[in-house]
Ligand binder design. Structure first.
Ligand code: ADP
Ligand code: MG
Length: 289
């Protein structure tokens, strides 16, 4: 009987992984040590590459689950992202990818400083100086993605990691995110709804400015310890995001208030970043001061 090789599958099952693909790689190259994250499409595992003993974070996605979630479109989006080779100091490095008949594997840098919001939860809120530092690094990464015509869309606490030096590392960019749409304003969303821009809640077409809204939400939470418009009652929170004017508790600098009003602007055409994206003067005000 012919030996079944799981890495060989019919062409229709193959996902084009673009430049990152390593045709020789296979799951048994690794010792999988622990689950470090679980998400919608699969999990992220801490793994040791047997060949060199180095640690990696390996994101494993089930093809079946992706396809079930009407994600043909999604794989295309993912492919488009992976076809570009992304390199930026504040984006997680993708070493290579491979696939078996059932799964896609993305071999990423293992980022070991924890999620930014793990630290925020412990310390409740950050000083303006510290919040400015993280905001600047996230903005720089988002600006880079936008320059490649990639909308991140999913900026939220658990996707912002810190490395061992304390720098920001955005993870989870473009890996199967495009297709996760809100199911309706009264039902649950995939992921946390706190960071969703009004236009996404309204299921309207969105553009890169959604990311600047999310950056505003993250900055707000870093300064004030809860996301803007936060309520335990989700429909009240949606109502706030959609309709209530932003109110900032006093005690912060004018620069940070200016930036928050600009980023958390409900009208995406008037939002900071709508015109010149990352190079917009207003973004620089806070980030450079
Ligand atoms: P999902 O698409 O399911 O949200 P993510 O790529 O965000 O998956 O990964 C899930 C979690 O795994 C993250 O929130 C983070 O805590 C952890 N994680 C992801 N990538 C890495 C990495 N490169 N290094 C360390 N931890 C990671
Ligand atoms: Mg994630």
């Amino acid at each position: 009987m012919a030996h079944y090789n799981p890495s060989v599958s019919s062409p229709s099952d193959e996902v084009n992984l673009g430049v990152s693909v390593n045709p020789h790689a296979k799951p048994t190259d690794f010792d999988f040590l622990a689950v470090i994250g679980k998400g919608t499409f699969g999990k992220v595992l801490l793994a040791k590459l047997k060949a060199d003993g180095k640690f990696y974070a390996v994101k494993v996605l089930q093809k079946k689950v992706i396809l079930k979630k009407k994600e043909q479109k999604n794989i295309m989006a993912e492919r488009n992202v992976l076809l570009k080779s992304l390199k930026h100091p504040f984006l997680v490095g993708l070493h290579y990818s491979f696939q078996t008949a059932e799964k896609l594997y993305f071999v990423l840098d293992y980022v070991n400083g924890g999620e930014l919001f793990y630290h925020l939860q412990r310390e409740r809120c950050f000083s303006e100086a510290r919040a400015r530092f993280y905001t600047a690094e996230v903005a720089s990464a988002i600006g880079y993605l936008h320059s490649l015509n990639i909308v991140y869309r999913d900026l939220k606490p658990e996707n912002i990691l810190l490395d061992h030096q304390g720098h920001v590392v955005l993870t989870d960019f473009g890996l199967c995110k495009e297709g996760i749409e809100p199911e309706g304003t009264t039902t649950t969303f995939c992921g946390t709804p706190e960071y969703l821009a009004p236009e996404i809640l309204r299921k309207e077409p969105y553009d890169r400015t959604v990311d600047w809204w999310c950056l505003g939400a993250v900055l707000y939470e870093m300064l004030y310890s809860l996301p803007p418009f936060y309520s335990r009652d989700v429909s009240e929170m949606y109502d706030g995001i959609l309709h209530k004017p932003l109110q900032l508790p006093p005690g912060k600098s004018q620069a940070s208030s200016h930036l928050l009003y600009g980023l958390l602007q409900k009208d995406q055409h008037r939002r900071i970043g709508a015109i010149a994206d990352f190079v917009s003067d207003s973004l620089e005000v806070f980030v450079i001061v």
